[in-house]
Design a protein around this ligand. Structure first.
Ligand SMILES: [Ca+2]
Ligand SMILES: [Ca+2]
Ligand SMILES: [Ca+2]
Length: 368
């Protein structure tokens, strides 16, 4: 006779002569509430001798309930995070915590070092099995991001001088970008990595340009440069050291002074300066000698100084002057004058009241 908690559940009576017999009685545990039960068996032989044994069993037909409470499904995580779960089970046999199917713990809560995993999606699962081998699982998907955003200010150049309107640009990258700020001396002027900066609205001096970037999980990247706003043209002083260059003494010299950080260009050629000054010399030639001098400071502001020196021949030349007038006899004179004098005389004559006199001047030749 087999009993469950003292209730007769199975009975067999047969005569036998073997030393041992096996009697199987099947219980449908779903007919019983979860709980602890005693199964006892009693045997009686023909001489009414009895034997008795019992065992204790646990009936559990209730599935475990498991709910991952940390981290939440779909969140971004970095560094070390706690994995935890609510487990509802009276007869827990085992708890397994896996990440991407790999066991990392047999208990909760557990600290999970996400830095050991590549950035991206990962599946956390908590498995619970009870002593009756009922099991349950709950899973969440999280995004690991342990990589700070990268940010590089690509324009302007750190330490450079700038003027007028300039463009600030930066290269920003993160797989899970959250926000960008671009600040000038701490004042945010743009929520992108670029900005068109009208420096004429700022006082001159040094400015700190900072681009800060956050990703969704709170990793942080920053780049910063210093630039100098300079909208003032450079000083440019030019003094002629040669008063009257001639073809006989053709060297023509200029003293040039400008800002110490400026570059000077004379007739499209950069000249060498020492502490912003130099003496520039050039031989003149017949005709117009043009000297175009430009000083350019570090930010590109310019100052100009220009001069044209006319150099003429001083050789003697023959000229014939013919004066004609209705009441005058035609008069012809021959003069040998310097070319420079001829030009002066001609100009002076034009200013005289000689409208009735036909003035003719013929170049006869030079002594070249
Ligand atoms: Ca259970
Ligand atoms: Ca990131
Ligand atoms: Ca300047």
């Amino acid at each position: 006779m087999v009993c469950l908690n003292g209730v007769n559940c199975g009975f067999s009576r047969k005569r036998c002569f073997v030393a041992y017999e096996t009697h199987n009685v099947r219980f449908n545990t779903s007919d019983y509430p979860d709980g602890t039960y005693t199964i006892s068996a009693e045997a009686v032989d023909l001489a009414n001798n009895t034997g008795f044994d019992n065992i204790s069993v646990l009936v559990d037909n209730t599935l475990p309930v498991v709910n991952v409470t940390s981290p939440l499904d779909g969140v971004f995580v970095k560094e070390t995070v706690a994995i935890n779960a609510d487990i509802l089970e009276a007869n827990t046999a085992s708890v397994y915590v896996t990440v991407d199917g790999i066991l990392i713990s047999e208990t909760v809560p557990v600290e999970w070092d996400t830095s050991l995993y590549p950035d991206g999606d990962h599946i956390i699962s908590v498995y619970v099995t009870d002593t009756a081998r009922n099991d349950a699982v709950d899973s969440v998907s999280v995004i690991v991001d342990n990589t700070p955003p990268t940010v590089v200010i690509t324009s302007l150049v750190d330490g450079s001088a700038i003027r007028d309107i300039v463009g600030i640009t930066s290269g920003v990258y993160d797989s899970y970008l959250e926000n960008i700020t671009l600040a000038i001396n701490g004042t945010v002027v743009s929520d992108t990595g670029s900005y068109i900066w009208n420096t004429t609205e700022y006082t001159e001096g040094w400015y700190r340009i900072t681009v800060k970037v956050n990703d969704i999980v709170g990793n942080y990247g920053e780049d910063e440069i210093l630039v100098e706003v300079d909208n003032t043209p450079p000083l440019l002083i030019v003094n002629e050291l040669t008063e009257n260059p001639t073809l006989n003494k053709p060297e023509y010299s200029l003293f040039i002074l400008t800002d110490s950080d400026a570059t000077v260009i004379v007739n499209d050629e950069v000249i060498t300066l020492i502490n912003g000054s130099t003496v520039y010399s050039q031989n003149v030639h017949e005709g117009n000698n043009t000297f175009e001098i430009t000083a350019i400071d570090a930010s590109g502001n310019t100052a100009d100084w220009n001069i044209i020196r006319l150099i003429v021949l001083t050789h003697w030349i023959w000229i014939q002057i013919v004066l004609r007038h209705p009441r005058m006899k035609v008069t012809t004179v021959f003069l040998m004058i310097k070319k420079i004098m001829m030009e002066i005389y001609y100009q002076a004559t034009l200013k005289c009241n000689l409208e009735r006199i036909h003035f003719q001047m013929i170049l006869m030749g030079t002594d070249l």
